[in-house]
Design a binder for this molecule. Structure first.
Ligand code: GNR
Ligand code: NI
Length: 170
């Protein structure tokens, strides 16, 4: 297990599109271990392989609160197969855009098909925070960030701020 480096905006690799996992082998299991360790270390409630520079359709989630027992969940080759017409707005953040938070409107409910760690097909119907998180993580696998869902004015402002931070550091 290893804590991996989380890519930060404007890293271009955050815009890469991930490829489906063909076989759940030792390499994929190691990737999943690293995703969990990196996610818990951050800490965050979800982490997509894209965020550690791996172009594979995998992400981890744990929505358990600090005082609750851990609830590690892994989603391999996830796909949204249904989303509600009803939308809701929730505040989102992202480990790849540290300390920036904004309200995002998304479908309230989604149905997601995916493979579990054993390669078994599964389906989950989610609402609330899990629905938000699943959509946020699946977006990452397509190179989409939550700032792509906010106003252009706000998005340009945050992109500019992170671009400046890179210049100052070099
Ligand atoms: O830790 C995270 N919190 C969060 C809060 C609201 C909506 C989405 C998220 S996901 C984020 C971790 C992350 O960046 N996952 O990609
Ligand atoms: Ni994120």
């Amino acid at each position: 297990m290893a804590v991996r480096e989380i890519l930060i905006l404007p890293d271009k690799r955050l815009r890469h599109v991930a490829e489906p996992v063909k076989k759940i082998d030792a390499g994929i299991r190691k990737l999943i271990d690293d995703l969990f360790e990196t996610m818990y270390d951050a800490p965050g409630i979800g982490l997509a392989a894209t965020q550690i520079g791996v172009k594979k359709r995998v992400f981890t989630v744990d929505l358990a609160k600090k005082e609750e027992p851990k609830n590690p969940q892994v989603f391999i080759n996830p796909q949204i197969v249904w989303s509600s017409d009803e939308k809701a707005t929730h505040e989102e953040g992202c480990l790849s855009i540290p300390e920036f938070y904004s309200e995002v409107e998304r479908p309230v409910q989604v149905k997601v098909k995916y493979l579990d760690l054993e390669g078994e097909p599964r389906e989950v119907e989610a609402n609330g925070l899990l629905a938000t998180c699943l959509q946020h993580e699946i977006d990452h696998l397509y190179g989409i960030l939550f700032i792509d869902h906010i106003s252009k004015l706000k998005r340009d402002r945050v992109i500019k701020k992170f671009a400046k931070a890179v210049k100052r550091a070099s």
